[in-house]
Design a protein around this ligand. Structure first.
Ligand SMILES: [Zn+2]
Length: 264
């Protein structure tokens, strides 16, 4: 039989082993991570130029307090794309990182498509999306939430559909059903646009725009300010639509995102 002291030492060993496994879990480099070993004569601006990145991105990726102070032999992580790298620390969750960095969880996941959020290895690196994507988050650090522009069944989701990218969310509704603004904003454009039929685009600031297609009637005009919940159009089947539904798009910094990531 084990006395309590033996039991507790076994527990300590078991705990220590567990901690060691967590800390020394193989830290697979994030896809596309490049390392540069500082050579004699290197400057951060020269390295930035060499890898088509910026001094700021390099300094952020390597937590450099003083960008003028790099030493020969020092390994620098080179950020790929226009994002910057972040090293996972103990206790980090994707949500914490996104909130602290002022980016949305969706943008963070998109920048790291191979990441398993439940298995963040301490010391491994993830890519923080480019500053443009940080517009996804409000000044309070919480992601922008949009109200549903109407209630209805999702008839087609965002993503690839029969070899073509479906840039929005289709919400089935009856003809004439009111479509409301999901957040305060300003009307950018209204009117006919090819396959979209009668279309409304709203600008909500911070790089966020929403689009409503296949409308039967448009209730606003360009320049109008709209409040959340205000009627902007009515459901129809104009343009390339087989039946009445709302085709709803969310764009941030000019790129389409899955509206479901914003709808509350
Ligand atoms: Zn659609």
């Amino acid at each position: 039989m084990l006395d309590s002291r033996q039991k507790s030492s076994i527990l300590i060993i078991a705990t220590a082993t567990l901690v060691a496994v967590v800390v020394f879990a193989p830290t697979l480099p994030a896809a596309g991570v490049i390392w540069h070993t500082v050579q004699r004569g290197d400057t951060l601006s020269a390295i930035a130029k060499q890898y088509s990145t910026t001094v700021t991105a390099l300094a952020q990726s390597n937590s450099l307090a003083n960008p003028n102070l790099i030493v020969v032999g020092q390994k620098l992580r080179i950020p790929t794309g226009d994002g910057v790298l972040y090293t996972i620390k103990a206790g980090d969750t994707l949500w914490d990182i996104a909130t602290r960095q002022g980016i949305s969880l969706a943008a963070l996941k998109e920048a790291n498509p191979h990441l398993e959020p439940k298995r963040l290895a301490i010391g491994s690196t993830i890519t923080l999306p480019a500053v443009g994507d940080r517009l996804l988050a409000s000044r309070q650090g919480t992601a922008i939430a949009l109200a549903w522009p109407l209630t209805g069944r999702i008839s087609s989701s965002f993503g690839w559909r029969a070899g073509r990218m479906h840039q929005g969310l289709d919400i089935a509704a009856s003809s004439g059903q009111l479509i409301t603004a999901p957040a305060p904003g300003q009307v950018v454009s209204t009117g006919w646009c090819g396959g979209y039929g009668q279309r409304v685009i709203l600008d909500h600031g911070r790089g966020l725009k929403t689009l409503y297609a296949h409308c039967s009637t448009i209730l606003v005009k360009p320049g109008d300010k709209v409040q959340s919940g205000q009627g902007i159009a009515r459901v129809g089947a104009t343009g390339n639509a087989t039946g009445p539904h709302l085709h709803f798009e969310v764009h941030v910094g000019g790129r389409p995102y899955d509206p479901l990531q914003f709808l509350k």
